[in-house]
Design a protein around this ligand. Structure first.
Ligand code: C2O
Ligand code: CU
Length: 460
């Protein structure tokens, strides 16, 4: 892939004033809320005003649900190939998890599937395809999934910023020939050359002078860890949808791995007309990816001190000794090539694995094994020592559960559904296993997942 420097993270000089994200439906607080969500083709202007890019996406620009309110989402597949929807980070019924081949059959073109669940956690989540994800996600099949608190916590406005990088050719179309590129799969994953926020290049978001704004950051990229610099110091109030028990101060930049989310609070200065840039740091350079345009306040705003933590979700770390202790070793990839691993029940050499597009393994097994990595009774505290014995970063994601870690790279008391691990890093996590069913564990650098970094566990 020839990286075009001028277009890399290219920004139009005068970004058109983008409309604010629209709330999809007004929540009704009674009964079951019904929503229709269509997967279909769409076009966006991504490179410049005269070039439209063909993408895939959903019929809503975001989904807003209310904590504790049951919902039925009728998923309609208007694409030309099968798909599914995974509600990333939601602790819901296993049958609704959207993982084709494990929890449901793929939804065929023209068919529908009804997802029914009641979100128990308020926070910032996202929904995305979980079928041929390496291609469907890279084509844009995702959207923000916001679970609102029943009463709004103390801030004035929300801004959702869903980050993505796209591999776009000179003609403005997605590079389709490199979806299954074995070099990407065995190295860093698919990296793009255009970075967008909410599928727009350099959008201008709005806030009023003096407001306290909640920014919901979501990384939807296939593989890129993004280093984001907020325009002002502020606070981190949640990670992966779960409130921090103690608000952390935000200074400097924040690394956000694929699938991770951060909720920030920023106090907009009293300067109508100011433009506040969000930056992306890359190889020592600062690129602007979005702006907040500060407008005149329309009312008087309370001045506030240090924010309080968000109301806690119904999640608790189990006390006492773990009922199960395991090791999870990440292996393989370029520069630490697998010499052998088990794939579909057979021990294969590194070369045989590569012929099957497998370059990574977890505990000596490449890709899904017939048996789960572990099987626990509900209510067990599971402790896993995670060891990144590769030369690459990995964003390890557990389905249906959140966990805590001893990683020094995150605010204390963070809960995770996804955790970034640097090469050679070791981290111990503790996860209360309490959601029945079959759940995936995989790297959210989707190409790593495809090329072997995937396993599963059961809770019974
Ligand atoms: Cu975000 Cu297996 O998923
Ligand atoms: Cu990985």
């Amino acid at each position: 892939m020839n990286l075009n420097r001028r277009r890399f993270l290219a920004l139009t000089a005068a970004a058109a004033l983008a409309p604010r994200l629209v709330i999809a439906q007004q929540p009704s607080h009674e009964g079951v809320r019904k929503i229709r969500l269509i997967a279909r083709e769409e076009t966006r202007t991504m490179l410049d005003e005269n070039t439209s890019t063909n993408l895939w996406g959903y019929s809503e620009s975001e989904l807003r649900l209310v904590q504790g309110q049951p919902v039925e989402i009728e998923f309609v597949n208007e694409l030309s190939e099968p798909s599914s929807v995974h509600w990333h980070g939601l602790r819901i019924d296993n049958a609704m998890d959207g993982v084709t081949g494990l929890t449901q059959k793929p939804v065929q073109p023209g068919e529908t599937f009804i997802y029914k669940f009641t979100p128990q956690d308020a926070g910032t989540f996202w929904a995305h395809t979980h079928h041929r994800t390496y291609e469907q996600l890279a084509r844009g099949l995702y959207l923000p999934l916001i679970i609102e608190e029943p009463t709004q916590p103390d801030y004035d406005r929300e801004l959702v910023m869903m980050l993505d990088d796209w591999r776009v050719k000179q003609d403005g179309q997605i590079d389709q020939n490199s979806f299954a590129d074995m070099h990407d799969w065995s190295h860093s994953g698919r990296m793009g050359n255009v970075l967008t926020v909410n599928k727009q290049l350099g959008p201008q978001l709005e806030a009023q002078a003096g407001e306290r704004v909640r920014v919901r950051l979501i990384n939807a990229a296939n593989a890129r860890v993004m280093t984001i610099r907020a325009p002002l110091p502020g606070w981190i109030i949640a990670k992966d949808g779960q409130p921090l028990a103690e608000v952390a101060t935000l200074q400097g930049s924040l690394n956000i791995a694929p699938a991770e989310r951060y909720d920030l609070l920023l106090d907009i200065p009293n300067e109508a007309g100011a433009i506040l840039p969000f930056g992306f740091e890359y190889q020592g350079q600062f690129y602007e990816i979005a702006q907040i345009l500060v407008s005149e306040p329309t009312g008087t705003l309370a001045s506030r001190g240090e924010p309080k933590p968000l109301p806690a979700n119904p999640i608790e770390m189990l006390s006492g000794e773990p009922g199960l202790k395991l090791k999870l070793e990440m292996q393989g990839g370029a520069m630490r090539w697998l010499s052998e691993a088990t794939y579909k029940g057979t021990r294969l050499s590194g070369r045989e694995l590569m012929q099957r597009q497998q370059a990574w393994a977890l505990n000596g097994i490449a890709n899904m094994a017939e048996d789960p990595m572990f099987d626990v009774a509900s209510g067990t505290l599971v402790e896993i020592e995670m060891i990144n014995n590769t030369a690459w970063d990995h964003a390890m994601h557990f389905h249906g559960h959140h966990f805590q870690s001893n990683s020094a790279n995150y605010p204390a008391s963070s809960w995770h559904d996804t955790l970034l691990m640097a090469p050679q890093e070791r981290v111990t996590i503790r996860m209360p296993a309490d959601n029945l069913g079959k759940w995936l564990i995989h790297c959210h650098m989707i190409e790593h997942q495809m090329a072997g970094m995937k396993t599963w566990f059961t809770v019974s």
